[in-house]
Design a protein around this ligand. Structure first.
Ligand code: PHE
Length: 330
């Protein structure tokens, strides 16, 4: 029958339609408003009523069947198009996956951990203090009264709290000396690592927020020789046995005598690492420790600078730029 062959032929064309455009065109030309089958409906008028009814039903069925096929094919093509799109937009994440690494401690933290290990190995314990301090701990108890010129050299960042210039971000870790001696009876062997702050502008060798480690020993019969020996032992343990140390006379209000200590460099020069000295009797007395019975030494130096020396960095700011390409190397 003519209708059957039209349906079969159109069905085959539907199955062959390679994209939605071709399918739409085919739909228009078969069952669309001016399509072949739609036009056939108009021919029904010329038939006898009985024949018209039968032919009308057959035509409607044929159109419904074709319409179903169009719908099926349309969803097939849409699924295929979606699959193609997904395939083209697919990101190869396997590379990223192998790139995901476990992070590791920042190199300053590594340096701090190693320093702690070295000193703990020498019999020290680790102490801590607050980053916001009062003038008593940051200065006065350390034998730096208000009028003392050394107070200016600390470039202190004050906190707007209480009386002017009485609360500050600690400008060194030395206040932990005071806090420890207030709470602990000698003998005392502590190191106190932590963050410290000064009004310095960041440049290749300065950071306004940096890290120091403080050392404090209070015991009987302690002198400059113990200080020099301790510094040498730690430098050997940290930098290696080929590195030499030396003390150069200096001045700090809280130690007497005071010194700056240097380490030797590969090219025969010296690098300044930090300050140190024999604890000033006033400082011991400020903490209720009898300077006649007890003596001590203290030292303090920058951990960030130590990391810069150890890894021979060109610029200390690398430590805080948070560039993972830099950080990963350590
Ligand atoms: N607190 C001193 C500074 O930051 C360093 C120091 C510590 C000196 C202990 C002597 C004794 O410059």
């Amino acid at each position: 029958m003519e209708l059957t062959s039209i349906v079969d032929g159109t069905s085959a064309q539907i199955a062959d339609a390679g994209d939605l455009e071709a399918l739409d065109a085919l739909e228009r030309s078969s069952i669309g408003k001016k399509g072949e089958l739609t036009l056939k409906k108009k021919e029904l008028g010329s038939l006898e009523p009985d024949a018209r009814k039968a032919a009308g039903q057959a035509l409607n069925e044929a159109m419904r069947a074709l319409s179903d096929r169009f719908a099926e094919r349309r969803s097939e093509l849409a699924a295929a198009a979606e699959a193609t799109r997904l395939a083209s937009e697919r990101l190869d994440l396997t590379e990223a996956l192998t790139e995901i690494r476990r992070g590791h401690a920042h190199l300053v933290t590594q340096a701090r951990d190693r320093l702690e290990d070295v000193f703990v190995g020498m019999g020290f314990t680790v102490a801590e203090g607050p980053e916001v301090e009062s003038a008593w701990y940051n200065f006065e108890a350390l034998n730096i009264p208000e009028w003392h010129p050394a107070r200016g050299s600390f470039d202190t960042i004050f906190v707007d709290l209480g009386e002017p210039e009485q609360v500050m971000l600690r400008s060194h870790t030395s206040p932990v000396q005071i806090r420890t001696m207030e709470n602990q009876k000698p003998p005392i062997y502590i190191v106190a690592p932590g963050r410290t702050f000064r009004t310095d502008t960041a440049d290749a060798t300065h950071l306004p927020a940096f890290n120091q480690i403080e050392g404090l020993v209070v015991d009987r019969g302690i002198g400059l020789g113990d200080l020099a020996g301790t510094i040498e032992s730690f430098v050997h343990a940290f930098f290696g046995h080929e590195v030499k140390t030396r003390l150069r006379p200096s001045y700090f209000p809280f130690t007497e005598p005071s010194a700056e200590f240097d380490i030797s460099t590969a090219d025969g020069g010296w690098l300044e690492l930090g300050g140190c000295g024999v604890v000033h009797p006033n400082v011991l007395a400020n903490c209720g420790i009898d300077p006649e019975e007890w003596q001590g030494f203290a030292f303090g130096f920058g951990i960030d600078r130590l990391a810069v020396m150890r890894y021979q960095l060109d610029d200390i700011r690398e430590l805080v730029n948070n560039d993972v390409r830099f950080l990963r190397q350590f």
